[in-house]
Design a protein around this ligand. Structure first.
Ligand SMILES: [Zn+2]
Length: 261
């Protein structure tokens, strides 16, 4: 028999108002994947709960099983990630990380690695002066943990190790294609790699570095704006292809960038 009350660790991804005073929360948990819970009365001014269900905070919930969604009966905050709340750009990236998790994480599926990735990334986001680099690192780790790791070391068509020259990248084929396959063997490639576009050797090296190193190493990387832009474009194409739709928070981040330039 299932217990009526149970405890979960959770990070708040999204809040939606419901009814007179309730808030539906979409959260990420280590054991149950993505989960929707009801924070009853969270919007009442006097509610002691409201302050504790801040977006992106890491909490421990005591939940009661409900008919449709389970109900929050108690909240303890583990980490509010306060440093990232003082800065609009960092908050923008926190929204982006949460939106990616909301889209990629599955309901009811255990994924400890995904939870740990979000928890640690929100901590780093509060400290780093390179949130753009962190976002690219986060994207590659996320893709790995949800089974969409792009192939960057061998040609996705012929499996030969990729040479240090200008190659091609195909989101449809799932990674790097060498010039020989892209130009002469298109009929063998998934979707005939109609979307294949050249990838510079520098961008390929950066992607490999981000994919295989820890953040402690990656954080020291100094990249030019054009190098970051190429890597960002490739990853965003890859992610939106797999999600089959656009991400809302990306527009916000682009608006922030255009305000600064
Ligand atoms: Zn090939």
């Amino acid at each position: 028999m299932r217990e009526r009350l149970y405890r979960v660790q959770a990070i708040i991804l999204k809040r939606t108002d419901a009814g007179e005073a309730d808030r539906l929360l979409t959260v990420l948990t280590p054991d149950l994947g993505k989960l929707r819970v009801n924070a009853k009365g969270a919007r009442k001014p006097a509610s002691r709960k409201s302050g504790y269900v801040e977006l992106f905070s890491h909490v421990e919930f005591l939940l009661a099983r409900g008919h449709q969604v389970d109900v929050v009966t108690q909240v303890d905050t583990r980490d509010a990630f306060s440093p990232l709340r003082e800065n609009l750009e960092r908050m923008g990236y926190a929204y982006y990380f949460a939106e990616l998790m909301d889209r990629f994480a599955e309901e009811g599926t255990e994924n400890h690695a995904l939870f740990e990735l979000l928890r640690t990334a929100l901590g780093w986001l509060g400290e780093t002066d390179a949130p753009i680099l962190l976002a690219r690192f986060f994207e590659l780790r996320l893709l790995h943990h949800v089974g969409y790791r792009p192939q960057l070391f061998e040609c996705v068509n012929c499996a030969k190790p990729v040479e240090p020259i200008e190659n091609y990248f195909s989101v449809e084929a799932g990674g790097v294609l060498d010039p020989e396959c892209t130009l002469n063997r298109r009929e063998q490639i998934a979707g005939h790699a109609r979307d294949a576009e050249p990838i510079s050797l520098t961008a390929l090296k950066i992607l490999r570095y981000l994919q295989t190193r820890e953040w402690e190493t990656v954080r020291g990387l100094k990249l030019r704006a054009n190098e970051l832009a190429e890597v960002e474009t490739i990853l965003l194409r890859y992610i939106t292809h797999h999600l089959e739709r656009q991400l809302k928070s990306v527009e916000f981040l682009w608006e922030l960038k255009s305000l600064r330039s």
